[in-house]
Design a protein around this ligand. Structure first.
Ligand code: NAP
Length: 409
């Protein structure tokens, strides 16, 4: 048996070589994503109980491995070493598509040869909180796959838990199948997972970063549920993308000037211009919607720069649901708007298995397009993360081919 197969060379099904190609981050390369990732030859990891080894065909690109490359706000290699893991490298990649190549003891639901999509978080199914009835994605044992854990999708072979494997939608090629679950299922939980604040027919929904990965999925999900999504973008091309996906209206945030942290409330000289600008933003929202209703749900992930506006604009008894902080983590809130109008600020993180399956069903049935904008090669992983950091990525989701096998497109 060969010890290593080339990226364009398919090993016999189920044959696991000793080594694999991987796109690796090391702490001495932390910094710009385009130089933090490098192709290396690494040992294929052993498969433990309840685990599955997947021969990766394609991988989605996501913001969390921008953070991994930068080494901040979390030094993920150090984080795992402190938890007792021996590896001094990080193989990222939090979603992808591939073929089940080996299964560990106790695996029942997938078999060698199955074509799967791998979802983005894992947990310990025996954890006391889960056994006590907690939604697994809220467990203290949750880890983002290929971010907080090693051996993600940026390698020939990836290690995942059995429950992360979803049947690959047959209508999709490998690259499209690799790029919808992380952003799609996260947006799905945000928009459907927090009763009673779920999208109902006719509900106005404000979606930040509408042309991004998360935003592109959120616009479509809001539409499927009968909502009226208004997307925020920073260019005319991104506005077009959102309208094509079903956005009822689009706001160009570059026409406003009140971003970032709130001015001090006693400081009228600063606060009044802020209030005037956020009101102007609200008026634009109404113009785009076609009436004077406020958003029932605001889909947040941009964080520090936008959260004061989100809280201000959100309808009474509505919800701002947040899953990230691209522009920073200090979320200033004028609490008067929150309690007097009984609004809800809800944290949300990826999705549970049911929500992943339902998202996949929407994709399989054609209600949800993965919005794949660009497909790169294995060596483009760093470049694509750099584009994300620079906010210079094309609209939608990005993917790279891992094992570019002829006939397996
Ligand atoms: P993405 O494709 O890069 O999109 C991000 C969008 O943010 C861009 O399209 C951009 O839109 C917008 N943006 C950038 N700078 C901004 C600013 N200063 N003010 C307002 N908007 C700005 O990233 P993504 O995949 O959608 O992910 C977005 C965020 O969500 C990331 O922080 C990611 O880590 C987080 N996330 C978290 C989870 C979770 O489970 N917790 C899951 C998925 C994503 P415009 O410039 O056009 O406005």
């Amino acid at each position: 048996m060969k010890t290593l197969y080339e990226l364009d060379e398919l090993p016999p099904t189920g044959v696991v070589p000793e080594k694999m190609y991987a796109s690796v981050i090391r702490s001495e390369r932390y910094g710009r994503p385009d130089t933090a990732f490098a192709t290396e030859i690494i040992d294929v990891p052993p498969v433990g109980r309840g685990e599955v080894l997947i021969y990766m065909m394609a991988a989605g690109i996501n913001y969390n491995n921008v953070w991994a490359a930068l080494g901040t706000p979390l030094d993920i290699i150090e984080f795992r070493r402190r938890a007792g893991e021996p590896e001094d490298f990080h193989i990222g990649g939090s979603e992808g598509s591939g073929i089940v190549w080996a299964v560990g003891d106790g695996v029942r639901d997938v078999r060698v040869g199955d074509h799967v999509v791998v979802s983005s978080c894992l947990w310990d199914e025996t954890a006391p909180d889960i056994r006590g009835g907690a939604d697994p994605i809220t467990s203290s044992t949750v880890r983002a796959w290929g971010y907080e854990t090693n051996y993600g999708s940026f390698a020939q072979f990836a290690l995942a838990k059995e429950f992360q494997c979803l049947p690959k939608p047959e209508r999709l090629g490998w690259a499209e199948a690799a790029a919808y679950i992380l952003t799609g299922a996260t947006a799905y939980r945000q928009l459907t997972g927090w009763q009673p604040n779920i999208v109902r027919p006719g509900d106005p929904v404000l979606i930040w970063g509408g042309a991004g990965g998360l935003g592109s999925m959120a616009i479509q999900i809001a539409r499927v549920l009968g909502g009226e999504p208004i997307a925020v973008v920073s260019s005319a091309a991104r506005a077009d993308h959102c309208r094509k996906l079903g956005a009822q209206g689009v706001i160009d945030r570059t026409e406003f000037d009140h971003w970032g942290r709130l001015p001090d409330i006693g400081d009228d000289r600063e606060f009044e211009p802020w209030r005037a600008e956020v009101r102007r933003f609200g008026t634009r929202f109404h113009e785009q919607l076609g009436d004077r209703r406020a958003p029932k749900i605001v889909l947040e992930h941009t964080g520090q720069g936008t959260i004061p506006t989100s809280i201000y604009l959100c309808d009474a008894a509505g919800m701002v649901v947040i899953c990230g902080g691209t522009t920073g983590y200090h979320g200033d809130i004028d609490l008067r708007y929150l309690w007097m109008r009984q609004k809800r600020l809800q944290g949300s993180h990826f999705a549970n298995t049911r929500q992943c399956r339902e998202t996949t069903r929407l994709v399989t049935k054609g209600y949800l397009d993965p919005c794949l904008s660009v497909v790169g090669d294995f060596t483009d992983i760093g470049k694509f993360h750099q584009m994300m950091l620079d906010n210079a990525q094309p609209s939608g989701n990005m993917a790279v081919r891992i094992s570019a096998i002829a006939g397996y497109e």
